[in-house]
Design a protein around this ligand. Structure first.
Ligand code: MEV
Length: 326
């Protein structure tokens, strides 16, 4: 039997890094997807294959055999294995074997939640293959196990956004509220092409928090205020104000040291070309930035960003989150 699932990528609109320390954040699932196909095998073996990520790895009796992509490929396949095992443990089906095929259009290691998206699609596909329909809450619980492997201390915002879809207010590991923006939102994502580890950046912010406790307390209060102003702007359709808030959040991210000169170049380009506001998204240190545009300005801003980015994506909200297709 074959099951196929699809899960979106995500952008963090406001509040990354600070959400690891308990502040609220706003994030949105976007229309870039990872697709996972699962077939059951008649032996206890796990085969993980992805043509576009260039990996084929097998786990037989706990041993990892890299077939394509060498030992390096383990970084990509291990979180998928963890997602499979955690799902099987939860469902009490530990003796089963599977072939997992991943096809992801989400760039890896640049802050768009590629690992969380693949983990969430895998969890849903394995469960569906075994005839179970997991609740979104159950999917999040399992996905957290895989995310702990990839990131140092994940807040859970990536897999929660990807599982539920839409635009969410997130705080302390949980979805607080699903938000209905009054206006249709268009963001342009600019990729610097610089891959980095979110875990390393999260650790650096942790260190800063230890060294400058009172500064961090103030910043956590500031971001909370910004996030709630952003929420009002979204619900009242005041995109100009939302743009200004994105800019203020970028200043804070830059102050805690998670920006990068290339990100600043893309952000500056977007603002000069007429974006309403721009900031890095996700872990920073490279990776991606986002900017908010009005429809009349989108193609002009996109053209300007193309000249300085590795690639750009014009993205809209994905309303559904993870889905079982077949
Ligand atoms: C990663 O998309 C967002 C961070 O805040 C880390 C996390 O929340 O787990 C940097």
């Amino acid at each position: 039997m074959k099951t196929i699932t699809l899960a979106p990528a995500k952008i963090i609109i406001l509040g990354e890094h600070f959400c690891v320390h308990g502040a609220p954040a706003l994030s949105m699932a976007i229309n870039l997807y990872s697709k996972v196909e699962v077939e059951d095998l008649n032996q206890k073996k796990l085969q993980i294959f992805s043509e576009n990520l260039n990996v084929l790895g097998e786990y037989v009796e706990g041993k990892f055999l890299p077939v394509i992509g060498g030992l390096e490929s383990r970084k990509i396949v291990e979180p998928i294995r963890l997602a499979v095992e955690a799902t099987l443990n939860m469902l009490g089906e530990v003796e089963k074997g599977f072939k997992v095929k991943v096809n992801s259009k989400i760039p890896v290691g640049v802050g768009l939640g590629s690992s969380a998206s693949i983990a969430v699609s895998t969890i849903m596909a394995i469960a569906a293959n075994l005839g179970f329909k997991l609740s979104k809450e159950e999917v999040c619980k399992i996905a957290f196990e895989a995310e702990k492997y990839v990131h140092f201390k994940p807040s859970g915002i990536d897999h929660t956004t990807i599982t539920y879809g839409g635009l969410i207010l997130f705080k302390e590991g949980k979805l607080v509220k699903q938000i209905q923006p009054k206006k249709d939102l268009t963001f342009i994502v600019g990729n610097t092409g610089i891959r980095r580890s979110t875990g390393v950046l999260v650790k650096e912010v942790d260190k800063l928090k230890e060294e400058k406790r009172s500064l961090m307390v103030k910043m956590l209060a500031d971001i909370e205020k910004l996030v709630f102003e952003g929420l009002d702007a979204l619900e009242s359709g005041n995109l100009k104000f939302l743009g200004e808030i994105l800019d203020k959040n970028q200043e804070m991210l830059s102050n805690i040291g998670v920006s990068h000169w290339k990100l600043e170049e893309l952000i500056d380009t977007a603002r000069k070309a007429g974006a309403l506001g721009a900031k890095l998204t996700g872990g920073g240190g490279g990776g991606c930035m986002i900017c908010l545009t009005e429809d009349k300005d989108t193609s002009r801003v996109a053209e300007a960003l193309k000249k300085v980015s590795k690639e750009i994506y014009i993205v809209k909200m994905d309303k559904y989150g993870v889905k079982v297709l077949v």
